[in-house]
Design a binder for this molecule. Structure first.
Ligand SMILES: *Cc1c(COP(=O)(O)O)cnc(C)c1O
Length: 382
C-alpha cells in the first residue's frame, strides 16, 4: 500500500478499480443477494445487510480518511450512534458533552436511559471535569467538538488520557470538523462517528452515518451490531457519499475561508452581540482548536443585541442566499434557529444552561461567492 497524504486519500484511499470491467468508480451493486456455487461457496458476499461491495468501498474510504483500520456505514448518523451505545449493557454509564446534537441527546435520554444506561451531560471545556463523574460503571465518554451549536472546543488528547487511565472507551462525533480538520483516532479516540449527511456527503442529498475504529476486536463487535440490528445504508447512497468524499478537501478549504470572512464580518457588525467561532483568539479554547484542528471550519453561531425569539426568527426569514433549513455541511449556505429547530427537543432550561438562548442563530457557511453571502447577512441584519 502506498503511503498517501489526506488530499490523495479522499480520492483513492481504500479504493480499487472494479475487477469486472475496470470501472474507475465502484458500480452501484443494487442487489440483495449473491449466487453461490454450493452452500457457502461465494465470493465473499452472501446478503447485502451483512456486506455489499458498494458499501464496502465506502467503508474503506471512511477508514482511510480517518486514519483508522475499519469503517462501518449506517442508514443515518443516529443509527451509527445507536450501534455504539449497543456496545453497553444495563447499569453502564456514559459521560457526554452537554452541548450536544439534539438528536443524540434524545436518543440517549428517551431510548437508552429506558434500557438502564445512565448518561451524565457535562461541560468538558476543562477535561479535568470528567474525573469526578467516573466510577466503575463508566464505560464510554462521548465527545462532540466543535460542539453544536456553541462551537466549544474539547481537548480530545486530554480527554483520551483520562479515558485510557480508567480503561473507558472514547468516541468522538467528528461531524462538524471532518477528518480534513481533525483526526480523533490520532488524538487517542477509540471510535470516530460521522453524520455523513453533512460534510462527507456534502451535497444535502443523502442521510447517512459512519463509524471508524482502529482496534480489530472493537470493529468485530460493531460489525456484529451493524448486521444484527440492520441499520445499514443502501448501495445508491453509498455511491453518492463516496463521490462526495472525493471533493471533501477542496470543499472544506472553501468552507473555512468563507467561514472566517463571515465570522469577522459578524464580529464587526454593530447589531451583533456574540459570535461563536473557534478561530477567534478570544475563544476560550482557541489554543486547543489551533493545536488539534487544521483550520476552524464553516460553522458559526451568533446572537444580535437586544434580540429575542421573534427577532431571531425575523432575521433567518429575511436571509435569501442562506436557506432556512435543518442540517449543515452542504455546498449551499444554511441558517437555523436552534431553539426552535435542531435543539427544540432539549428542554429550555437545559439548552439555556449551555448557551442555546432564544436569540441564537446558527450558520452553516457554504461555498458560494463570499460577497453574496456577506451582502445577504447585511440586508437581513438591516
Ligand atoms: C446531524 C448530526 C447527527 C445525526 O446525524 P443524522 O445523519 O441526521 O442521523 C449527529 N451529530 C451531529 C453533530 C450532527 O450534526
Amino acid at each position: 500500500m502506498i503511503k498517501m497524504k489526506f488530499n490523495t486519500k479522499v480520492i483513492h484511499g481504500g479504493q480499487k478499480h472494479d475487477a469486472a470491467y475496470g470501472a474507475v468508480m465502484p458500480p452501484i451493486y443494487q442487489t440483495t443477494t449473491y449466487a453461490q456455487t454450493t452452500p457457502g461457496g461465494h465470493k465473499g458476499y452472501e446478503y447485502s445487510r451483512t456486506h455489499n461491495p458498494t458499501r464496502n468501498a465506502l467503508e474503506n474510504a471512511f477508514a482511510s480518511i480517518e486514519n483508522g483500520n475499519y469503517g462501518l456505514a449506517f442508514g443515518s448518523g443516529l443509527a451509527a450512534i445507536d450501534a455504539v451505545i449497543k456496545l453497553l449493557k444495563p447499569g453502564d454509564e456514559v459521560i457526554s458533552t452537554n452541548d450536544l446534537y439534539g438528536g443524540s441527546f434524545r436518543l440517549f435520554t428517551k431510548i437508552f436511559q429506558g434500557f438502564g444506561i445512565k448518561f451524565h451531560f457535562i461541560g468538558m471545556e476543562n477535561a479535568i471535569n470528567i474525573e469526578s463523574y467516573i466510577n466503575t460503571n463508566t464505560k464510554l465518554i462521548w465527545v462532540e467538538t466543535p460542539t453544536n451549536p456553541m462551537m466549544s472546543i474539547i481537548d480530545v488528547k486530554a480527554v483520551s488520557a483520562i479515558a485510557k487511565r480508567h480503561s473507558i472507551l472514547l468516541a468522538v462525533d467528528n461531524t462538524f470538523a471532518t477528518p480534513y480538520l481533525q483526526q480523533p483516532l490520532d488524538l487517542g479516540a477509540d471510535i470516530v462517528m460521522h453524520s455523513a449527511t453533512k460534510y462527507l456527503g456534502g451535497h444535502s442529498d443523502v442521510v447517512m452515518g459512519g463509524l471508524v475504529v482502529k482496534d480489530k476486536a472493537l470493529a468485530d463487535k460493531l460489525y456484529f451490531i451493524q448486521n444484527a440490528s440492520g441499520a445499514i445504508c443502501g448501495p445508491q447512497d453509498s455511491f453518492l457519499v463516496l463521490r462526495g468524499i472525493k471533493t471533501l478537501h477542496v470543499r472544506m478549504q472553501r468552507h473555512c475561508e468563507n467561514g472566517k470572512a463571515i465570522a469577522k464580518y459578524l464580529v464587526s457588525h454593530p447589531k451583533v452581540e456574540n459570535v461563536y467561532w473557534p478561530g477567534f483568539e478570544n475563544h476560550p479554547n482557541h489554543h486547543i482548536a489551533k493545536s488539534q484542528m487544521k483550520d476552524f471550519g464553516g460553522m458559526i453561531s451568533f446572537t444580535s443585541k437586544g434580540s429575542n425569539f421573534e427577532e431571531a426568527i425575523k432575521i433567518v426569514e429575511k436571509l435569501k442566499v442562506f436557506t432556512l433549513a435543518e442540517s449543515l455541511g452542504g455546498v449551499e449556505s444554511l441558517s437555523g434557529h436552534p431553539a426552535s429547530m435542531t435543539h427544540a427537543s432539549i428542554p429550555k432550561v437545559e439548552r439555556e444552561k449551555t448557551g442555546v438562548v432564544d436569540s441564537l442563530i446558527r450558520l452553516s457557511v457554504g461555498i458560494e461567492d463570499i460577497d453574496d453571502l456577506i451582502a445577504d447577512l447585511k440586508q437581513a441584519l438591516g
